[in-house]
Design a protein around this ligand. Structure first.
Ligand SMILES: NC(=O)C1=CN([C@@H]2O[C@H](COP(=O)(O)OP(=O)(O)OC[C@H]3O[C@@H](n4cnc5c(N)ncnc54)[C@H](O)[C@@H]3O)[C@@H](O)[C@H]2O)C=CC1
Ligand SMILES: O=C(O)CCC(=O)C(=O)O
Length: 414
């Protein structure tokens, strides 16, 4: 039978299992099995050649029983309604795992910003905000960066929303440049969170980070900062990749050089001749493998060929349900996306708190608060997994869904 690569339905299955284990009945599953609200928009944009192109965009709000919904906006040619729905459900789980007063949201626009001019990307970003402005807001639903969106795009979106709202609204969006109310450390937060959980996972497996062989798929915001942090901790980053291809050096890659040469979309391997494929990268002999790019990368097709003893999902949804089972059977410790990549939304929350109070923290304060959140979250999920003898993904879903389920029950929704 063909493997289920549908992120939305495979997420539903794990949510159902988590709710069952927590003792909730079918009506709770019925509430949480898909977003409460889903907006589809069409965005006309004047292109540089004078023509108008109409782009399709989405914003999903999974559940706001706990608080406003929160989650990034993805600009990608392959983004779809189903993907955005699944991503919004994962945001609910992430916020539950790191204990933030939010539900999950997510947005996306079908486009390829790598093929567009800065002016076209700006007009698209502003058009997207105009299309969703009634649906979102600092106390309703708060966007942030994700794949192929960045601080500059957040700045344009914030400016557009502030014009519509008729006053400065920094809390409308997070991941902004520091001068516009961004938080210290948001740009590196996802990778910093991943680094913290890697250190915790390594301790559980008795693995020393110094000298550990690391492979990272994706060299964008998450992957490139991560490579730098692990390199600085003394690990040997022996493989990295981007959408173009992958690089491998068993002696360790020159991470500072690669960081210096990568472009703003996280592409660097196009500058090299001796590249390997992304598939070969995932199967390299190493200690820790970190998928930090896109979905469905570790599947039933290659899960038996993964050589790492720890897999840490910095990307959303890189491992299928079947591959999750295979890795568990093989004794590989899998730290799931909803836990591993929660550092980004955690510092986004810190940014929103700072915007609301109008008082800003130092980088040290942000890092210390992030550290506490990530270590507590890891311990909570790990203990749930070991005491119940279940895999880390199911344990993370149980921890993540519990608060939204409780809040929904108290509100009388179920
Ligand atoms: N930026 C953030 O704060 C957060 C990001 N994430 C997740 O981390 C992952 C990466 O996100 P970012 O680093 O922000 O994106 P990014 O846009 O900065 O970088 C994406 C990287 O993935 C590579 N890539 C794209 N398509 C690929 C393909 N088909 N095969 C191999 N590599 C490919 C790109 O070349 C680039 O190196 C995504 O799954 C995202 O949802 C999760 C939590 C927060
Ligand atoms: O920073 C945020 O609010 C959301 C980040 C995000 O989209 C994610 O964790 O997948």
């Amino acid at each position: 039978m063909a493997e289920n690569l549908n992120l939305f339905t495979s997420t539903q299955e794990v949510i159902r299992e988590a709710l069952n284990k927590l003792g909730y009945d079918e009506s709770m599953y019925d509430l949480l099995k898909e977003p409460l609200r889903m907006l589809n928009v069409r965005i006309p944009v004047k292109m540089d050649d004078g023509t108008t192109k109409v782009f399709t965009g989405f914003r999903a709000q999974h559940n706001d029983a706990v608080g406003p919904t929160k989650g990034g906006v993805r600009f990608h040619p392959m983004v779809s309604e189903e993907e955005v729905k699944a991503l919004s459900m994962w945001m609910t789980l992430k916020c539950g795992i790191v204990d933030l007063p939010y539900g999950g949201g997510k947005g996306g626009v079908i486009c390829d910003p790598r093929q567009m001019s800065m002016g076209e990307v700006e007009r698209l970003s502003r058009g997207y905000v105009r299309s969703i402005s009634q649906f979102v807001g600092p106390t309703k639903d708060i966007p942030a960066p994700d794949v192929f969106t960045n601080a500059q795009i957040m700045a344009w979106m914030m400016d557009e929303y502030s014009r519509i709202d008729e006053f400065n609204s920094p809390g409308f969006i997070t991941g902004k440049p520091i001068v516009l109310g961004g938080s210290q450390g948001r740009d590196r937060a996802t990778a910093e969170g991943v680094t913290i959980v890697i250190q915790e996972a390594a301790k559980k497996r008795g693995l020393n980070i110094e000298g550990a062989r690391i492979v990272i798929q994706g060299f964008g915001n998450a992957g490139s900062f991560l490579a730098k942090f692990l390199h600085d901790l003394g690990a040997k980053v022996i493989g990295i990749s981007d959408a173009h291809g992958a690089l491998h050096d068993p002696e360790g890659l020159d991470i500072d050089y690669l960081l210096d040469r990568r472009d703003s979309f996280g592409t660097v391997t196009n500058l090299f001749e001796n590249t390997i494929s992304n598939r070969e990268l995932l199967e390299l002999e190493c200690d820790i493998l970190v998928p930090a790019a896109i979905e469905n990368q570790i599947t039933a097709d290659n899960a038996y060929d993964i050589k790492a003893s720890i897999v840490v999902e910095a990307a959303n949804g890189p491992t299928t349900a079947e591959a999750t089972k295979i890795l568990a059977e093989r004794g590989i410790l899998l730290v799931p996306d909803v836990l591993a990549s929660a550092g980004g939304v955690t510092v986004s929350y810190f940014e929103w708190v700072q915007n609301n109070q109008g008082y800003y923290w130092t980088e040290e304060e942000v890092r210390e608060k992030l550290y506490r959140k990530m270590v507590d979250a890891f311990e909570n999920v790990y203990t749930t997994a070991t005491t119940r003898n279940i895999n880390m993904r199911l344990a993370a879903y149980m921890v993540g869904v519990r608060r939204t389920a409780e809040a929904s029950r108290f509100r009388g929704w179920v």
